[in-house]
Design a protein around this ligand. Sequence first.
Ligand code: TMP
Ligand code: MG
Length: 216
Amino acid sequence: AAAPSRRRGAFIVFEGLDRSGKSTQVQRLVDALNARGVQTKGARFPDRTLSTGKMIDSYLSQKADLDDRAIHLLFSANRWERASQILEDLRNGVTVVCDRYAFSGIAFSAIKGLSWNWCRAPDVGLPQPDLVLFLRVSPEVAQQRGGFGQERYETSEVQAKVEKAFTKLGQSVGKDVWTEIDADKGVDEVHEEIVRRVEQALGSEALDGEVKKLWE
Ligand code: TMP
Ligand code: MG
């Protein structure tokens, strides 16, 4: 086992469209890091097990309709419900790998016409990721991986708009944090690329300091 270290854990976020392979890659990364002695936990948003998550689930499965602003705030509140746990894990030296975060929050709401500043505001101050891995998948490959599901937003029209919003978000976040991964490649090749990028992040001196606050 690795020697005990006073460094904090890394906060690694995956973002991407449907069928980009996020959930598979999150699991692969969590397993790979734990196997090499880097204590790591997975997380995901929306977290449908939380109280806000139940309402979000009803909305996504089209059992309930909600005002665009109300659902946006619920997604943000869902993150705040978990934020202190994430912070505690990071401070205890545990690396956290998260499937979607505030970037999905902005992308999916902004395409409905809500302003970027309004969308960003409720997430200001959340733990800031050390690394965002954006899995970019082409529409052709996404199509080959199977049709869309039954949930809200699972249409090619919405996905195309969300892709544009993600691209704009990446430009506003900065290359040191936001990294694009070509997710058209095979699962193993994508995993290896991710591990290379994560190794750099784990070696960063940023982990000797406090967790930063998002957009603050
Ligand atoms: P999932 O498929 O990863 O469980 O995500 C469910 C949907 O919720 C997906 O279409 C993206 C969307 N979403 C938002 O609209 N806002 C958010 O803040 C998050 C985290 C996800
Ligand atoms: Mg989904």
